[in-house]
Design a binder for this molecule. Structure first.
Ligand SMILES: Cc1cc2nc3c(=O)[nH]c(=O)nc-3n(C[C@H](O)[C@H](O)[C@H](O)COP(=O)(O)OP(=O)(O)OC[C@H]3O[C@@H](n4cnc5c(N)ncnc54)[C@H](O)[C@@H]3O)c2cc1C
Length: 482
């Protein structure tokens, strides 16, 4: 198609207008009923278990600790407010997958996959049951998920992926272009892979706040605006052998669960080699009209993505908005996490352009929120675990963009490592006991990552063909993803 420069300019202006009123905050956290912050820690306290980090990993760890070991006295310290980081900024896809998808899992954990899928399904089911039992109003909807092919090369692997998924117990259907458009109306679809099991949609901010409430009700003491500035082993013989320093106090604890994402590396250096901060960006539309909703024909409100290497994810909300995120996975050289990276107009503009290309029937719709967040990315794309300080500290990190559900599984693993194994099958998993390959140190790290990003974008432009660099990384089992 040939567009005149006037068309391009007016299109560019329309996109700028769609974004101009968007506030730079996560829609999920920008709610009138957001809870008031809890007081920061002042002075010294003790606890049997101290949890660092009030994202999903830390919240589930604290809550499950109280459920598994009611005698434990548990403290949770959060640098800002509960859920403010990745846990309150994500797409709200709560997947059963513990391995960042079946394809990645089969490549890395082969024979373990039937067990990993079984444990993942059980984890998702128990998340749903917990939300219902605790009455958390986070719109948990176990609707499955659907991946749309937008180019012919993406159709190639659909049948194979469907067979592999079915062998692992998933309910999957391969759809042609017409079938795909009957699920969600876009002229861009060439086909789709529809999973009716294995994923739920949730509202992440409300889930974090609900878990916070549940922790408080269970007797967990939570301190917000309390960054841990140092973690040290105070005394090998004491029952309270680990000390956490905070700006105006300290926690002496018997055991520590470090659930702080990438920043956890500043407290335990060994984590830093394995995780990098990759920024992911998201738009949220205004509520759509009844006619606009009808024009989408979004069957079952299923969470969706497209199937490029640089993929978008998208989902409806209960107040008839559409969340649209992904595509650019940005690594800022040096890997520092800065507040200014939370907005990125160039990425928001690209995302909005892709949105209107995908859903031309929504022309004129505006975005009310545009935000970014840090994804703790590791080279195997799924969480890894470890212990430090003679087993008194356990950590989990590296969910790489699929941690909403997996954080609860990780919380169980942290408690297994700190106390007794809760499940012999879980304890033996190589997912639980192995580490990803480390990233090289800076400045080589930045060079390697930017080269990989460029190759991934090139592969999407070249019919999915992976260049020599990506093929080498594939052979080494190394990757870069959001
Ligand atoms: C834009 C975006 C979209 C995503 N979409 C999805 C999705 O749809 N589905 C999915 O499964 N996953 C998604 N993810 C990933 C998912 O959100 C994360 O895997 C998950 O929330 C990780 O939870 P966490 O608790 O480990 O980390 P976080 O939510 O990052 O929480 C870590 C917490 O630790 C605190 N902390 C750090 N350092 C300290 C310290 N020194 N002292 C005290 N506290 C500290 C931080 O303040 C933070 O609150 C997305 C992520 C992003 C950013």
């Amino acid at each position: 198609m040939i567009t005149s420069s006037t068309d391009t300019q007016s299109n560019g202006l329309a996109i700028a207008r769609s974004l101009a009123g968007a506030v730079p905050r996560s829609f999920w956290l920008d709610q009138p009923d957001a809870p008031d912050p809890l007081p920061a820690l002042a002075g010294g306290v003790t606890a049997d278990l101290a949890v660092i980090g009030g994202g999903f990993s830390g919240l589930w760890t604290a809550l499950l600790a109280r459920e598994r070991y009611p005698e434990l006295d548990v403290v949770l310290v959060e640098a800002k407010t509960v859920g403010w980081a990745a846990s309150g900024r994500n797409g709200g896809f709560c997947s059963a997958s513990l391995t960042h998808g079946i394809g990645n899992g089969l490549e890395r954990f082969g024979d373990e996959m039937p067990l990993l899928e079984k444990l993942g399904e059980q984890n998702l089911r128990e998340i749903g049951e917990t939300i219902a039992r605790l009455g958390i109003d986070c719109d948990f909807r176990p609707v499955g998920e659907i991946g749309f092919a937008t180019a012919d090369w993406q159709l190639d692997g659909l049948d194979e992926a469907a067979v592999a998924s079915r062998q692992l117990g998933r309910e999957v259907t391969v759809l042609d272009a017409e079938g795909a458009r009957a699920e969600l109306n876009s002229p861009r679809w060439r086909g789709a892979l529809k999973h009716t099991t294995g994923n739920a949609l949730i509202e992440p901010g409300r889930l974090a706040w609900g878990l916070r409430r549940a922790c408080l009700d269970a007797g967990v003491r939570i301190y917000e605006h309390t960054p841990v500035t140092a973690l040290s082993r105070s005394d090998g013989t004491s029952k309270l052998g680990v000390t956490l320093k905070t700006p105006y106090g300290s926690v002496r604890a018997g055991r520590v669960a470090l659930a702080a994402g990438v920043p956890g590396g500043s407290l335990l250096r060994r984590i830093s080699a394995y995780v990098i901060p990759v920024w992911d960006y998201v738009l949220m539309t205004e509520p759509l009209s009844a006619a606009q909703i009808e024009s989408l024909g979004w069957r079952d409100g299923r969470g969706a993505s497209d199937l490029g290497n640089q993929f978008h994810y998208f989902r409806p909300t209960r107040d008839n908005r559409v969340l649209w995120g992904g595509y650019d996975a940005v690594y800022y050289n040096g890997g520092r996490i800065r507040a200014e990276h939370e907005t990125r107009p160039a990425t928001f503009t690209a995302l909005a352009r892709h949105f209107f290309d995908t859903f031309p029937q929504l022309e004129g719709v505006s975005f009310t929120h545009a935000w970014g967040g840090v994804i703790d990315t590791c080279s195997r794309f799924c969480a890894f675990f470890g212990t430090a300080h003679a087993g008194q500290v356990a950590y989990a990190a590296g969910y790489t963009g699929l941690g909403v559900g997996a954080t609860r599984f990780a919380a169980q693993v942290l408690l297994d490592k700190l106390y007794q194994p809760g499940d012999p099958e879980r304890e033996r998993l190589s997912l639980v006991n192995s580490k990803p390959l480390p990233f090289p140190p800076e400045p080589l790290r930045s060079g390697v990552i930017q080269a990989t990003r460029a190759s991934i974008a090139r592969a999407d432009r070249n019919g999915g063909r992976r260049d020599a660099w990506l093929r080498l990384l594939d052979r080494l089992g190394l990757g870069f993803d959001s």
